[in-house]
Structures are given as structure tokens and as C-alpha cells.
Design a protein around this ligand. Structure first.
Ligand code: 6CS
Length: 343
């Protein structure tokens, strides 16, 4: 190659590099779920994907539960950068972000839909308060949203803490749930999701908790006899991104992600509300012997009392910032109730 040609090649390559640097590159981002594509996390991720794909050249590949392992595996893959987005629920992140277990404290989240909506939309804790704690784990918070009221599903009728005595009760793996079910009188047994159906079937455990639609979609009702509504919590999940990946994005892409998040969040807040009543009816139809027990206020009262010791345990095991996080959480719940006209 002549010197002139060589100079032209270098010049053109430099121009190309500058050009490419200025133009957003189309990418394929991976989004890993703890649930199936037709379940709440799948519906959220599909909305998120649709928005990103309609408004950019990027594509998203969704990996439903099971395709990349259990929740602990997909969180690790995201920390390592092999996956860009993940549903990382506090039921599992408690092991690495102890403070996130605040969402699972029984009888703390608002029970009314209006206040719950207000809380997840506007809480200071939800909208920024976990930023540093997630970043310390190589993760960037994208969103938090509730998936539905937790119900207990058991092989024995439960109306009191006494009824849970001797019941091996599956919890997700975050330690605060062990404290909760101990305080509720049960024998807590933390297990990853993939082992729950077979453990109930084999009577290795006799109870578990989850939103009612999940009890239906995963067919858990086939291996239990009672659905217990005690109003103690709402399944909360977070969506997180790999922090280094997120930090390397253009401002345009960050704005795109925020818009996709807002669209998916709005959609899921509506969508999940419709699921509960229909699920109960369908499960009763599929298994007429299934009994639904809705605890009265009086019956809930001993469970509410037990919640105080779970809060005390959170202050012990909820990480170095547990006290500040809990105070903010309570302030945000009060603000949400007020804004929803409940106080
Ligand atoms: O109980 C669990 O482990 C699962 N529950 C829900 C609602 N979503 C994913 C999670 O793995």
C-alpha cells in the first residue's frame, strides 16, 4: 500500500470510529425472570421489551424462569454482566442486600390498592432510596412493583398461630421470612422455587405462601387443601440492571429505559388487580374440595401482634442501614395512605 493510500485508510477509519461513537448502536439485551412469560413478571418484561423495540433499534430477549436457573443464579448472571436486566425479588435478594427485606415485613405495606399504588409510585425509598445498596452489589435499580397479596396455601386449615404449629412451611430464601414464619408459629423451611411443588407433593413441607394467581398458574393448588387469606403482605419484586452496563449507556438509552419502565409499571399496576377473584374461582372449579379461609380481623390480630418481633429481627439482620430504611419505609407508607385519602 502506498503512503497516500495508507493515510486515506487511517483517515477513513478514524472518521468511521468518530461516526460510530456518536450514533447509538443497536444491541440485544437479555432480561431474566423468576416467573413464566404469562405470569406478572413476564407481562411486565413483555411491555418493557415492546416499548424498547418500538422506540429504538435495540431488541430484548426474555429468559423466563427455568431457562437460566433459579433466582439466585439469574441475579449472579446479572452481577457478572452476562444478563443486562433481571427480576430480583427481596424474597431472594435478602441474602445480598439485607435491607431490601423491609418489603416483606408483615402487616407493613398498605392493604388498600389505592395506597399501595401511591406507595410504589411515589415512595422516596422505592424511587431512589435503594440506589447505593444495589450499586454496592454491581446492580442498578430500575423499578419496584407489587405482584399481589400473599396467601398461605396449606394442607391443614389455619385460623391461628397454633394451627401452624409443626407445619413445615416453605419460604423464599431471605432470612427475614424464616423469622416471620417462626413468629407465625410454623416450622420455616427456605427453598428455591423449583423445589416447592414436589416438596408439597411428597409432604416434605405442608405449606407455602405466594400471590393467589401464582398458586393457580403454577398449579400449587393441586398439592394443598386450603387457601388462607391473612392480609399480611404483598409480593414485591425489583427490576435491576447490571450497573456497569447501565453506566455505559448513552443518555438517550437511559431515557428510553426510564420510559419503558414507566409504561410497564403503569400496565402491571392495572393488570395484576384483575387476577385475584378470577383465580380463586378457576381453582375452585378445577378442585372443588379446595377451601378458602379469609381470616376475620379478630383472627388476624395474633398474626399482627407477631409482626412486632419480625420488625425487631429486621433491625438485627436487615443490614447496617436497616434502621434508616425502616424509618423511611414507614414514613412513605404513611404518606401514601394520606395521599390515598385514608387518613
Ligand atoms: O415463591 C417464589 O419463589 C416465587 N414467587 C413468585 C410470585 N415469583 C417468583 C418467585 O420465585
Amino acid at each position: 500500500m502506498s503512503f497516500k493510500k495508507f493515510r486515506l485508510t487511517v483517515y477513513l477509519s478514524a472518521l468511521c470510529a468518530i461516526g460510530l461513537g456518536g450514533v447509538a448502536q443497536a444491541a440485544d439485551w437479555k432480561f431474566a425472570l423468576e416467573e413464566g412469560i404469562d405470569e406478572v413478571q413476564g407481562v411486565y418484561a413483555t411491555k418493557f421489551k415492546e416499548y424498547i423495540e418500538a422506540n429504538s433499534d435495540h431488541t430484548i430477549t426474555i429468559f423466563p424462569f427455568g431457562t437460566l436457573g433459579e433466582s439466585a443464579d439469574t441475579i449472579e448472571l446479572t452481577q457478572a454482566g452476562a444478563v443486562q436486566f433481571v427480576n430480583a425479588s427481596p424474597g431472594f435478594t435478602g441474602a445480598i442486600i439485607a435491607e431490601s427485606q423491609v418489603f416483606m415485613l408483615p402487616y407493613k405495606l398498605p392493604e388498600s390498592e389505592a395506597a399501595l399504588d401511591e406507595f410504589f409510585r411515589n415512595s422516596e425509598l422505592v424511587r431512589g432510596g435503594f440506589e447505593a445498596l444495589f450499586r454496592a452489589q454491581g446492580l442498578k435499580v430500575i423499578d419496584f412493583y407489587p405482584e399481589g397479596e400473599m396467601i398461605m396455601t396449606t394442607k391443614v386449615p389455619v385460623r391461628s398461630r397454633n394451627d401452624l404449629s409443626g407445619v413445615k412451611f416453605r419460604t423464599m430464601t431471605s432470612p427475614i421470612l424464616v423469622e416471620q414464619y417462626r413468629a407465625f408459629g410454623a416450622n420455616p423451611t427456605p427453598l428455591p422455587w423449583g423445589e416447592v411443588y414436589s416438596s408439597l407433593q411428597l409432604n416434605l413441607i405442608q405449606g407455602q405462601e405466594n400471590p393467589v394467581w401464582f398458586v393457580e398458574s403454577t398449579k400449587i393448588y393441586e398439592v394443598v387443601d386450603y387457601l388462607i387469606f391473612a392480609g399480611h403482605s404483598n409480593y414485591t419484586t425489583s427490576v435491576a440492571a447490571n450497573a456497569a452496563f447501565y453506566d455505559g449507556l448513552s443518555d438517550e438509552d437511559k431515557t428510553l429505559i426510564e420510559a419503558a419502565r414507566a409504561e410497564a409499571f403503569d400496565h402491571i399496576m392495572e393488570y395484576r388487580q384483575k387476577l385475584e377473584a378470577e383465580s380463586v374461582e378457576r381453582m375452585k372449579e378445577a378442585k372443588p374440595s379446595l377451601e378458602v379461609i379469609r381470616l376475620s380481623d379478630e383472627e388476624r390480630s395474633p398474626f399482627r401482634e407477631a409482626a412486632a418481633s419480625v420488625e425487631a429481627a429486621y433491625l438485627e439482620i436487615g443490614g447496617s442501614q436497616a434502621e434508616a430504611i425502616l424509618a423511611q419505609f414507614k414514613a412513605d407508607v404513611e404518606a401514601a395512605k394520606k395521599a390515598a385519602g385514608m387518613q
